[in-house]
Design a protein around this ligand. Structure first.
Ligand code: NDP
Length: 461
């Protein structure tokens, strides 16, 4: 016997879950949603939003210096209050949490606070309450992967970084992905000494190599201690300070904070899925087909818990499309996974859409590469030694722009716009006949003329 029955029961009130629940309710379905924590999921509480607010905060560390070249008399001892930033950030997140609550309430979705656990294919239990539904959606997202070296218990992960009581003066970060690089910027921009240890030879694997090299150079110039082919072998603690032993000649680094940012794992281990016939992949993700259907026909999964693109906008679109398909008969609705633009909020930021040069080479596409690097106008007066780097990748047969990459001021804002053009199939000729907007950095993308051609030599193993 169930205590409650819904047409659609969503587990996880994050980006994907809330969107799907709201849209389904709008189509007339009786919808419930379970959330064990705050509304809005990782993006709102422990990811995109607080990270971006903190990255803005870190950017001021650069702005104050840069302002002097424009005539501003900025005192040398300008101070920063971590406590104030966290307080203001928390207030903004509270505001967003309540907006999410209103969105659910206004669309008629019933929110049940608590941890949902499947007890069979048709029932979940939340604090002793049994809930059945015609259809379930698992949208529980992921959590930071726990490090495993000796003394790992002394490390924080990104979830903790948003709530530190005290600003750390010396920070060691493990990892070379989005989170490691973004937090290196956050702590460095606010004045900490940051050492980033990455196990490979160049961080941000999967991004275009020209951008990876350029950002690596800029971060080193700015004073971030980047160590490649280097990892943490152990961490020990004494009187609240930490000693990080690295894999490079057993070097020891003293730190006030050690943060591990080595990827995220799906939160499927506490959902009681062993009581169902839902199949999981080796990495713990729910295996779904292109309709987001798991191995149990009426249990769906989307977002970070199931897809290959752990990004908020992807989860939102997936949730929306699924609700339209299930409750509005829009059987042909599909998410467009082409040309997903993404950014790293570093200093300077990087943004990318489409194929990288390495991908083009791997696929043996004889592409034309237009790239260039220049000092942005702002830094002519600020005196900051920082470049902007851009790259366009064009397929000669079709003239289509198949990759667009940028490291430099405003890169995320610029690249989002070009992603629209690429989704419309923009060609290099379209770029060329577009009038430049002057003076901007973005105009470089429509004025690039010289190129190098990838040839068979580039394709040799
Ligand atoms: P990423 O997958 O981006 O990076 C993980 C990093 O950790 C890689 O450098 C990886 O190295 C390294 N690593 C993995 N396992 C180990 C290990 N056992 N020991 C040492 N190093 C290890 O994960 P993040 O945690 O940075 O971010 C998770 C996801 O969240 C991203 O993939 C992204 O989709 C999303 N995200 C998006 C953001 C944005 O859009 N701006 C911001 C933050 C997160 P290697 O490359 O060698 O495998």
């Amino acid at each position: 016997m169930s205590d409650k029955h819904f047409d659609y029961f969503v587990i996880g009130a994050g980006s994907g879950g809330v969107r799907s629940a709201r849209i389904a309710a709008g189509h007339g379905a009786k919808v419930g949603i379970a959330e064990a924590s705050k509304l809005g999921g990782t993006c709102v509480n422990l990811g995109c939003v607080p990270k971006k607010l903190m990255a803005y905060g870190a950017d001021y560390g650069y702005h104050f210096d840069d302002a002097r070249g424009f005539g501003w008399d900025v005192p040398k001892d300008v101070s920063f209050s971590w406590a104030k930033l966290i307080e203001n950030k928390n207030a903004e997140i509270d505001r967003l949490n309540s907006i999410y609550g209103s969105l659910l309430e206004n669309s008629g979705v019933e929110l049940i606070n608590g941890h949902a656990k499947f007890i069979d294919n048709n029932t979940v239990e939340i604090d002793g309450q049994k809930i059945t539904a015609d259809k379930f959606l698992i949208a529980v997202g992921g959590r930071p992967r726990a490090p495993e070296f000796e003394g790992a218990e002394h490390c924080i992960v990104s979830d903790d970084a948003f709530f530190l009581d005290k600003f750390p003066e010396r920070v060691v970060i493990q990892g070379g992905g989005y989170i490691a690089v973004e937090f290196a910027h956050i702590f460095h921009g606010m004045g900490a000494h940051v050492t980033l240890l990455y196990r490979g030879s160049l961080f941000l694997r999967g991004f275009d190599e020209t951008m990876r090299v350029a950002l690596s150079d800029e971060m080193k110039k700015a004073g971030v201690d980047l160590r490649y082919n280097c990892d943490i072998s152990s961490v020990s603690e004494k009187d609240g300070a930490f000693t990080v032993c690295t894999t490079q000649d057993d070097e020891e680094i003293e730190a006030d904070l050690v943060m591990s940012a080595i990827g995220r794992v799906p939160v499927t281990d506490t959902l009681g899925l062993e009581n169902t016939d839902v199949k999981l992949a080796d990495n713990g993700q729910v295996i779904v087909n292109d309709q987001y259907e798991s191995s149990v026909g009426h249990i769906y999964a989307l977002g970070d818990v199931a897809n290959d693109f752990p990004l908020t906008p992807v989860a939102i679109q997936e949730g929306h499309v699924l609700a339209d398909r299930l409750f509005d008969g829009q059987k042909d609705r599909k998410v467009n996974y082409e040309n997903i633009a993404t950014a790293i909020f570093s200093a300077p930021p990087c943004a990318t859409v489409g194929m990288t040069e390495d991908e083009v080479i791997a696929k043996k596409i004889k592409a034309r590469i237009y790239d260039g690097s220049f000092t942005p106008m702002k830094h002519r007066l600020s005196g900051r030694d920082e470049k902007t780097v851009m790259k366009l990748i064009v397929e000669p047969d079709t003239d289509k722009v198949i990759g667009l990459h940028m490291m430099g001021l405003d890169a995320p804002e610029i690249v989002q716009g070009f992603a629209v053009a690429m989704n419309c199939g923009a060609t290099k000729a379209d770029f060329d006949r577009t009038m430049a907007m002057h003076p901007t950095a973005a105009e470089e993308f429509v004025t690039m003329r010289s190129f190098r051609e990838l040839s068979d030599i580039d394709f040799e193993d």
